[in-house]
Design a protein around this ligand. Structure first.
Ligand code: ZN
Length: 363
């Protein structure tokens, strides 16, 4: 598939796909009320947005790091570059024989040197068995690697079907707070509603807030999480146009909502992220004040790394100076409205807003 010319402004969905696909393109700021303005693209460019690939097994032991990594693969950097992607970005991979199998992957590394030195293997993508199972097969297969990761957001009333898209609400100016849900929709249910509620309630109380949410939906072939989940530390702004626009702002505060499948020894809510312990304690106190039937814990280094969110690579720590990463069991997410409401109380704080202004001035 080739992209040959800039679409007309009236072709809203096509415009989005076009801008997503063209390297270096920009989407203009969206108002809080979701007013969309786009400027015409200065030059017509011709760039492929996908290439045919063969999905092969890993080369072991040199690719041991990708074993059991369902969301990660290796690919040829030159082929990635031909569609405007690079190692570290996300891509979509679609099976050729059964196109209903489509999933997101992070290209975590370049192919092994023996592939890179053989021109006949330029189209090779390698992933472990769990990675191939994401496409519904354990063996090797023909597929298409696609540069465009996010679908156009559905218009009101449009069925969600198998889709993955991002939604941002942003005034383009404020840097006080961002609430995010990278795994919304049916990937980690109710987390998108929590981010939306935090943004909405803060704004209604006169505090600035932005949101960034990805929503994914699956079907009987594959569920949403198996198709669309990308771990928070891997999310690359180059693959998410709306995230790209927000990532350089460096918000004072950020809250990321996540969900997990709980084991018997685990708490219901883990408060992690790169933020200070005092902010985490304030979040914990606010949640406990809601008297919900859930066990709440501030994540520690002894907890499973997925609960910690401490890494600077975690998307909420890249977006915000004080990033809070909240993991919630299904039981906790039954109370998603109460949890979001409790968290809003922490950020409805004149002192925090003043502190944020000072920090910005000092910077
Ligand atoms: Zn998550």
């Amino acid at each position: 598939m080739w992209l040959q010319e800039a679409p007309k402004k009236s072709e809203a969905l096509t415009v989005r796909a076009y801008f997503d696909a063209v390297d270096g393109a920009r989407i203009e700021c969206w108002g809080v009320k979701r007013v969309t303005r786009m400027r015409s693209h200065p030059a017509k460019r011709i760039m492929p947005v996908e290439y045919d690939a063969q999905i092969l097994k890993l080369r072991l032991p040199e690719q041991d790091a990708l074993k059991n990594e369902a969301e990660r693969c290796s690919a040829d950097p030159t082929m990635l570059s031909s569609i405007g992607r690079a190692v570290g970005h996300q891509v979509r991979i679609k099976r050729k024989d059964v196109p209903g199998f489509v999933a997101l992957y992070t290209v975590k590394q370049a192919n092994p040197p023996s592939d890179l030195s053989d021109p006949s293997r330029a189209d090779v993508v390698r992933t472990g068995q769990t990675g191939r199972e994401r496409l519904g097969a354990t063996g090797e297969m023909a597929a298409v690697v696609q540069a465009t990761v996010v679908d156009p957001a559905p218009v009101p009333g449009e069925p969600y079907e198998v889709k993955f898209f991002e939604v941002a609400e942003d005034s383009c100016k404020q840097a006080y707070l961002i609430a995010i849900a990278p795994h919304g929709g049916a990937i980690e249910e109710h987390t998108d509603e929590e981010a939306e509620q935090v943004g909405r309630e803060l704004i209604s109380h006169g505090y600035p807030a932005s949101t960034w949410i990805c929503k994914g939906y699956g079907d009987d072939l594959k569920g949403a999480s198996e198709r669309w989940h990308i771990t928070s530390g891997d999310l690359h702004p180059a693959s998410f146009p709306q995230l790209q626009r927000l990532i350089t702002r460096k918000f004072c505060y950020g809250v990321a909502f996540h969900g997990f499948s709980q084991r018997s020894s685990e708490a219901d809510v883990y408060i992690g992220g790169g933020a200070s312990q005092s902010l985490k304690r304030a979040i914990k106190r606010a949640l406990e004040a809601s008297n919900l039937p859930v066990k709440i814990k501030i994540a520690a280094t002894s907890d499973d790394p997925k609960f910690q969110g401490f890494s600077p690579e975690n998307i909420i720590n890249r977006l915000a100076a004080q990033g809070i990463h909240i993991e919630q069991s299904a039981q906790a997410r039954r109370f998603s409205k109460d949890i979001a409401k409790a968290i809003v109380t922490v950020y409805r704080s004149r002192w925090r807003r003043l502190f944020c202004t000072w920090m910005k001035l000092l910077r």
